[in-house]
Write a protein that binds this ligand. Sequence first.
Ligand code: COA
Length: 206
Amino acid sequence: MKSLHKIQSNRMQYGYIGCIIRMFHFIFRQVGVVWEKFYYLEKELTLNDAEAACNTNYTIQVLTFDDFQKGDISYFTKAKLINIKKQLLDKTYIPYGIIKNKKLAYSAWISLKTLPLPYGFELNLKENEGALFDDYCAPEFRNQGMHSAVLRHRLGQLYRYGKNKGVVVILTGNRPALKAETKAGFKTTKKLTILKIFDNKTMIWK
Ligand SMILES: CC(C)(COP(=O)(O)OP(=O)(O)OC[C@H]1O[C@@H](n2cnc3c(N)ncnc32)[C@H](O)[C@@H]1OP(=O)(O)O)[C@@H](O)C(=O)NCCC(=O)NCCS
């Protein structure tokens, strides 16, 4: 049942072919091989981003640990919550989100120093750069513009933190995320492949 739900959600997000590709990645992971391709996107941040951030239909707030406990339990597992607790202690990571009907509908982070990637990979940011990462919209709230709203809000926050460049890394094939980031003015500047075979990790840039 849980697997069926995951397949349906991947089909919505990546399309039929993308969903089959995701299944191959899953099978490879079971034998200790991680191989993922990402787009690396950048956007100059200006005062316009700070102003645009105010025009949203949603109330976007800084999240607390309690808020994450109101999230979709299939995503906010015990292991994920432990990691969130650690991340909250590091003040260079700040979470934003939307609470709707007492549920965590949307959550996402900004980072001021590093860009955490899945499977233990991480990128260091330059002084003028701020990153967006770990966006998650609970399935029942998807396709209602929350991603776009929280994205704009975070760009405004990064600008207020003194950053003039926003960076984000998106899995190739993640159609809603690519659409929203492109609409917000992000441009793909590089491609990144992460490769992890057991404990050996490599990043390949193109
Ligand atoms: C990616 C994700 C955060 C998008 O959240 P969302 O709130 O549903 O996104 P929005 O409603 O703001 O939609 C953004 C754009 O994508 C489009 N979109 C939404 N779902 C789509 C889909 N399944 N396929 C194609 N486009 C889609 C929307 O129409 C919108 O474009 P528009 O402004 O031109 O209308 C959500 O699907 C999710 O949580 N996925 C799982 C985690 C993930 O992939 N995180 C992203 C890491 S960068």
